[in-house]
Design a protein around this ligand. Sequence first.
Ligand code: ADP
Ligand code: MG
Length: 348
Amino acid sequence: MIEDKNTSRTQISDLGEFGLIDHLTKNFKIKQKSTNLGIGDDAAVLDFKNKKCVLSTDLLIEGVHFDLSYVPLKHLGYKAVIVNLSDIYAMNATATQVTISIAVSNRFPLEALEELYAGIDTAAKLYNIDVVGGDTTSSTTGLIISVTAIGYAKEDDLVYRSGAKDNDLLVVTGDLGAAYMGLQVLEREKQVFKVNPNSQPDLDRYTYLIERQLKPEARKDIPELLKALEVMPTSMIDISDGLSSEVIHLCKQSKVGVSLFEEKIPLDPAVISICEEFKLNSTTVALSGGEDYELLFTIKQEDYPKIKANPNLTIIGHMTDEKSGIGLVTRANEKIELKAQGWNPINE
Ligand code: ADP
Ligand code: MG
């Protein structure tokens, strides 16, 4: 995990708005050919030649989307970028730039913002994207952070939520439910800490889960992998709210139904054991937990041989005609209607 190191406190007002922007962004280096001009003028200038430009934005609010009592600012900066890149990859596109807008109260010293930007910089380097602008303003209460991600794709490579067809296979990357269980562990430790601030939690067993919650990764590798395998998905979406709500989006927007097989849903062994500890059903957690940032997509049946041996990809079902409905086939071989419980007040 990334560690917070800064302990000194410098008032933001000592620098002024422009000094602050300059201080936070001076180390960003331009890496992408499509960035003609980055930070410093009234607007950035990008050039995608004959490619389509894709763009997605997210707004994160303290107390609603994150809790700074257990989310280190460096992780928050990292995650804020990652969740936006995930949306670009879900279009089967290449992410190239982000803008970062923040509203901060005087509760935050400069060092806190340095941590936030260190996380942003780490993500930008790892995912090879440029930070090309943003906005900085004050807030009377908490921290607000908005990230816009920009990328490109050839028109024919773009994959929408609406392209799935009857009989297509439903495929998911990675494994599901770990980020949600990481959040449950962190919430529990926060309660324990309130009662006994001297408690030293042993979180080693939960490392994978906590990392999935605090330091998620976006599946940059998947559009590249699919291209290498010569598989063109018919529809795609990223899993931010939970498998069931994303499956429902694909079905509704593609006007098809689905048979999703409970026994096929990929779960890490750590998720299975922590679900036992918390007395939660691991299928429910995978379906409704959210924040996995894996990709969910459909492919034509004929592409099955190209993906079947890949450890990153799991076939979890197949699409049906619309009137067959959106169904989960349980381990007991019963088909039940899938409901979107993908929304949860803790990790909306
Ligand atoms: P304006 O007054 O036109 O909004 P600003 O002074 O806010 O311009 O911004 C100056 C430059 O710094 C612009 O390139 C802007 O995109 C960039 N910028 C402002 N705030 C941030 C931020 N928080 N992170 C990254 N870039 C920023
Ligand atoms: Mg501005």
